[in-house]
Design a binder for this molecule. Structure first.
Ligand code: ZN
Length: 332
């Protein structure tokens, strides 16, 4: 089974955490390979999610211009092409990139959307964008992100709203209006939950935002009732195994609950989360699932079809990608 060329659906990938060294050097030639290895790539295990998030600050500092954002998009599409990605949803927090630059939030979204559409056309990778609000934003900033998503949806690849950042100490109450706005406008929504926090955070996300997708959600496995609900309502979990180990959300890949989640009937997909911070490729994630957890071709096929079902794409796109998946996995 050549895992490199198998078509893949990736729903959870942060644009601002994917910069290769080559792209970083194009943006700022003063950054040496040694500095990149030290400041941009995290250790195999960070003591906590907060520690992991510290690395993302270095990427954000670089991504404060139209040129840098376009380089980031080109770079991640190059990486995804080598990984056989057929459909992707990239996410980023637009207000972060407007923070220290002269760009407005609208300009940030417009540049990323335009470059994404161009790269999607050039590579044949179907792509959608998810805008992220952050756990530590207040209600107004969260709404500002949701309004950006609503304004830019329809005319390009923007298709959803997410909330990222550390769950600990930041409940979702202040973000409920942003999610309501996005849902009323017909956008897809997803929520980072059950990563550093427990199953109660996953339940909070379902109840307060109406989401049918959870970023990570690995701690759902600790709550039998929640597992039954996720399976019954077909709530999709965006699982990022290497990232989960790196952020200490799970102790090791061997102990990762993805197998137990699937056995409970919960639909899951596999993504990289933060390719560069975690120093991982999507193909590598698949190889580790095959080698460590014994996943077969049938497992990869089912997982990709489940991810596609949960994607924020119109039915005609899903049908097209589904045909590609079914054909490719039948041939292996
Ligand atoms: Zn994430």
């Amino acid at each position: 089974m050549d895992l490199t060329t198998l078509p893949k659906v990736e729903l959870h990938s942060h644009l601002d955490c994917c910069l290769s060294y080559g792209a970083v050097r194009r943006i700022d030639p003063r950054i040496t390979r040694e500095r990149y290895a030290r400041d941009f790539v995290g250790p195999e295990r960070c003591p906590s999610l907060a520690d992991f998030l510290g690395y993302t600050m270095n990427y954000r500092a670089l991504l404060q211009s139209e040129r840098a954002l376009r380089i980031a998009v080109q770079d991640v599409f190059e990486q995804m092409s080598r990984d056989g990605v057929a459909y992707v949803e990239l996410r980023f927090a637009p207000l972060v990139h407007a923070a220290d630059s002269s760009m407005s939030g609208d300009e940030v979204v417009a540049y990323v959307a335009e470059e994404t559409a161009a790269q999607a056309a050039a590579t044949g990778i179907d792509a959608r964008l998810i805008l992220c609000t952050l756990r530590d934003y207040d209600t107004e900033r969260s709404l500002e992100t949701a309004r950006l998503a609503v304004r830019h949806a329809g005319s390009g690849p923007v298709a959803g709203l997410d909330i990222a950042g550390d769950e600990i100490g930041f409940p979702l109450d202040g973000h409920v209006p942003a999610f309501a706005l996005a849902r009323e406008a017909g956008l897809g929504v997803t929520v980072h939950a059950g990563e550093s926090g427990g199953p109660e955070n996953v339940r909070e996300a379902l109840d307060k935002t109406g989401t049918r997708r959870i970023g990570h959600g690995v701690h759902s496995v600790e709550d039998r009732e929640l597992l039954a609900r996720l399976a019954e309502e077909r709530v999709h979990l965006e699982i990022c195994p290497a990232s989960n180990v790196q952020t200490s959300a799970v102790p090791s890949l061997e102990e990762h609950p993805v197998g137990r989640l699937r056995e409970a009937g919960v639909p899951v997909g596999i993504s990289t989360d933060a390719r560069a911070v975690t120093n991982v490729r999507l193909t590598r994630e698949y190889e580790r699932l095959r080698d460590v957890l014994g996943w077969t071709q049938a497992d990869f096929a089912q997982m990709n079809l489940d991810a596609l079902e949960a994607a924020f794409a119109p039915e005609d796109v899903k049908r097209r990608v589904r045909d590609v998946l079914v054909h490719a996995y039948a041939e292996v």
